[in-house]
Design a protein around this ligand. Structure first.
Ligand SMILES: *Cc1c(COP(=O)(O)O)cnc(C)c1O
Length: 385
């Protein structure tokens, strides 16, 4: 198995294995929570590090109806790969070429008047009706039209729809505390959103989709599903609310496994300092294993002397500093050889660490652990393509 993987990779010392069947399975789980609502699989950020196009295809195979991205280029990359499913792109800065989005039939999420005016100008240039979805800020105070800016956005949309320049296909918003379903903002944001939907209906927009739920809301606040849910993290099998439950509590299967092959091992005496600045010192004669991945691959340097790994079915902790390309593990007397597999995180089914475990020891969220894995790591896809 290892030889097979190695020959596939031309000897890459570390890699990500992505389980596409897990992604398809997770979409099924999310669909059950969504009831009659559609599922938009969020594939921004290179599908949270899992690889944009293969992950998008797996999500569609699993039953996702829409794909969601942050940046327009991500949407264009989906189209360039031949994916024809509806796509919404929602984060743009002045200067973006909306003409390309319109020609590619991408729905454009707009939070501001400057943006809807720019979309309208591009639509007139291309001679095609642009599809836009209005983004209302119901309390996150991030991207979205807030307070008095909202009626101005609706008014601008009305102006541009009157002559067929634009079609408003949807309205959406984003939660601040979806991982705490009883937080008062969860209810308050739903009420604000209902008002915004009413504003759109009064303005005469023929909405196809009204949506607000990320992964956590999809799993725990089903009454907020409206016409569509918009999960990201849970598509990849990670829990969006680890304080409430892990992946298995929600029947999700983590899709990403990160592993590397030991480069060298050595016996060292007690008192040997390990890796830069010798922040770890051996307490007895022991075997050190050098593992060829580091912060240039997305292994957080904050995991120095903290990150868990699985070697030969046993869990160990990184010894000393994580470097750019490598780190060291003290395995005691376990017989480990150059080439042996070291798993950083995976599904957890084998008793090995998960991305959530890495998030906990580095004081972050599992989103960041998977999304920051670098492009230097080859991605190997398993399951139906
Ligand atoms: C990233 C994002 C999502 C998905 O959030 P998860 O917590 O990963 O489910 C949904 N909607 C918007 C607007 C986002 O930016």
């Amino acid at each position: 198995m290892r030889d097979q993987v190695q020959s596939l990779l031309g000897g890459a010392p570390a890699r990500l294995v992505i389980d596409l069947d897990a992604i398809a399975h997770n979409i099924g789980v999310l669909q059950r929570h969504a009831g009659d609502a559609m599922v938009m699989a969020v594939v921004k950020g290179d599908a949270y590090g899992h690889g944009l196009v293969p992950s998008a295809r797996a999500a569609l195979r699993g039953g996702a109806h829409w794909l969601g991205v942050a940046q327009l280029q991500e949407a264009l990359d989906l189209r360039a790969a031949g994916i024809t499913a509806p796509v919404l792109s929602w984060l743009h800065a002045p200067g973006v070429d909306f003409g390309k989005a319109i020609e590619a039939g991408i729905d454009i999420g707009v939070p501001a008047v400057w943006e809807i005016d720019a979309v309208a100008a591009a639509a007139r240039r291309t001679g095609r009706t642009a599809r836009v979805q209005l983004k209302v800020d119901t309390g996150l105070a991030r991207n979205g039209a807030f307070g008095p800016d909202w009626p101005l956005l609706v008014e601008a949309a009305q102006r541009h729809t009157a002559d067929g320049t634009l079609k408003v296909t949807g309205v959406f918003t984003h939660f601040a505390f979806a991982d705490l379903p009883h937080h008062p903002t969860v209810q308050a944001q739903q009420l604000r959103f209902a008002d915004a939907v009413r504003d759109c209906e009064r303005a005469g927009f023929d909405l196809e989709v009204r949506h607000m739920s990320n992964s956590a809301a999809t799993l725990m606040t089903p009454q907020a599903a409206w016409d569509m849910v918009r999960p990201g993290l849970a598509v990849y099998g990670l829990s969006p609310a680890p304080d409430i439950g892990g992946s298995s509590r929600f029947d999700l299967i983590p899709a990403m496994t990160m592993s590397a092959n030991a480069t060298v091992t050595k016996r060292v005496p007690p008192g040997q300092g390990v890796s830069y600045c010798h922040t770890y010192v051996t307490s007895r004669e022991t075997t050190l294993v050098d593992v060829p991945c580091g912060y240039a691959d997305g292994v957080p340097r904050a995991a120095s002397s903290k990150g868990p790994v699985l070697i030969g079915g046993k869990r160990f902790t990184i010894a000393g500093r994580v470097c750019m390309d490598q780190f060291v593990v003290d395995v005691g007397d376990l017989p480990v050889q150059a080439g042996d597999e070291v798993v950083l995180f995976g599904s957890g089914a084998d008793g090995g660490p998960t991305a959530q475990d890495w998030a906990e020891v580095t004081d972050t969220i599992s989103y960041e652990i998977v999304a920051r894995t670098s492009s230097r790591l080859p991605r190997i896809y398993r399951g139906e393509q």
